[in-house]
Design a protein around this ligand. Structure first.
Ligand SMILES: [Ca+2]
Length: 475
């Protein structure tokens, strides 16, 4: 772990909690051991390579699993949250992100936010030992910049939710400290930041408060687009022993799963990519069990075509490229890409690859001496059709807007061909895709099939399709 502390002094900013004559301070120190002297800000930085989900720093304490923020009420006072991120709960759920770019596990404000305010209501006054904040991002959204105010809420003019522009110190709040981990110039720092605000006197507290107000600034000094990925905010009660968040690294598995009727079996191996093992078991296995037999049925050439393998393997590996691949009976999924798309496309890619696998494993074409070779665009198009129009039509992932209509052709493959196939199916023959697929499997595909089934040549269909695409209302 690398702590970037060399430049620390410029970050240490505090406000004396109150000012008293030196002799009085001495007296108070002797009689009141929890007296606060001055808040200080401690900053740690783990660079990109030394950041781990354990969130361990050199000087800033690890995130707490039982701190007072856990059951506090978090409210946005001013500013808008980014809908791309998690909601306020992720700031005090005692869970940390597992990766350097996990928007849903972080809270951040919408791009362009110049300043925002966040209220933490602890529900009762407590002696606050520390306020600790944690952030993690692969690029410029890691550094933190905020001003912290606190209040016991008892002042007559107390405003619990002062909007931007209203000085909190004029409505019952005390300025505690300013934290700013941003580099003065440059594009910001990737990695993890930990900020701990405590009293400079180790035995002392920051004071007894019920409310905290964070005034939050962008993660770059040079602009307001970059917003810090805040992972957790901890408020440590001076009288509660701290339990740290435990981090257990995920463990991969290699196991065989079967369909309920035991007809098909799948070897799934995540030993090289334990970070997606949980997704593979919880999400992918049910998709594979349901959709592999469906795909085999859908893409079968009919009677006598029993050639889809009964046993396949899905390997999860750290591929350099984003791609997933299929070779013979083995699908390889790129773990990095899958990890970034767990909530989006991850399941669909598995369906797509299973469809390709079933197509590639057709033997009839290979044994027929007069077999035609099906075009690649049609094969990827049929696999993409299976995925986008049968597995996840609600995702509308193969839509083509009127703007792009002039630039597409039926033989682009993948999504564009899927869109074309869907259009022809709806207009001319709902079983067309499966008829074409059967012909491909048997080595009988020719371009003449289009005319045979629709009365139009491929070129004519292409023009009609594009005309229809251009007629759509603009998005
Ligand atoms: Ca916590």
């Amino acid at each position: 772990m690398l702590a970037k502390l060399a430049a620390l002094p410029r970050f240490v900013k505090g406000a004396f909690a109150f000012s008293v004559a030196p002799f009085m301070l001495l007296t108070l120190l002797l009689t009141a051991p929890l007296l606060h002297a001055a808040p200080t800000v401690t900053i740690d930085h783990n660079d990109k390579d030394s950041s781990t989900p354990a969130f361990r720093f050199e000087r800033v304490p690890p995130p707490s699993a039982n701190d007072a923020a856990t059951h506090a009420l978090f409210t946005i006072v001013d500013g808008k949250r980014s809908p791309a991120g998690g909601d306020l709960d992720v700031l005090h759920d005692n869970k940390l992100p597992n990766y350097e770019d996990e928007p849903s596990e972080n809270f951040f404000f919408a791009g362009g936010t110049k300043r925002a305010r966040l209220l933490v209501d602890l529900r009762e006054p407590i002696d606050i030992k520390q306020v600790n904040t944690y952030s993690w991002h692969r690029a410029v959204r890691a550094p933190q910049a905020y001003t912290l105010y606190a209040s016991d809420g008892t002042a007559e003019d107390f405003d619990a939710q002062p909007k931007n522009g209203k000085n909190p110190e004029l409505c019952g709040w005390k300025h505690i400290a300013q934290a700013d981990t941003r580099p003065i110039t440059g594009d910001g720092d990737a990695g993890q930041y930990g900020v701990s605000i405590s009293d400079s006197e180790p035995a002392a507290t920051l004071g007894r408060y019920r409310y905290l107000l964070f005034e939050i600034f962008p993660s770059l000094k040079t602009g307001s687009d970059a917003q810090t990925f805040y992972s957790e905010i901890d408020v440590i009660d001076a009288h509660v022993p701290v339990k740290f968040v435990e981090y257990t690294p995920p463990v991969g598995f290699r196991e065989i799963f079967k369909t309920d009727d035991s007809v098909y079996q799948f070897t799934i191996d995540t030993t090289q990519a334990p970070e997606i093992a949980n997704w593979a078991r919880v999400k992918m296995v049910p998709i594979v069990k349901e959709w592999y037999p469906k795909i085999v049925r859908l893409l079968s050439a009919g009677e006598g075509d029993n050639e889809a393998p009964k046993s396949i393997a899905i390997l999860c590996k750290k591929l350099k490229e984003n791609a997933s691949t299929v070779v013979d009976r083995e699908i390889t999924l790129g773990a990095n890409w899958i990890r970034k798309n767990l909530k989006g496309e991850a399941g669909g890619v598995v369906v797509y690859e299973m469809a390709l696998l079933v197509q590639h494993c057709a033997q009839a074409a290979k044994t027929n001496p007069n077999a035609t070779r099906p075009p690649g665009w049609l094969q990827t198009g049929i696999a993409a059709y299976t995925r986008w129009y049968l597995y996840e039509p609600q995702a509308r992932g193969a839509d083509i807007g009127p703007k792009r209509a002039p630039n597409v052709t039926y033989d682009h493959g993948y999504r564009d061909t899927a869109n074309f196939l869907n259009w022809v199916s709806l207009k001319y023959d709902s079983a067309l895709v499966f008829k074409l697929n059967a012909a491909c499997r048997q080595g009988l595909y020719t371009a003449g099939l289009w005319k045979q089934h629709t009365g139009r040549t491929l070129q004519e269909l292409n023009e009609e399709w594009k005309t229809d695409l251009r007629k759509q209302p603009p998005k």
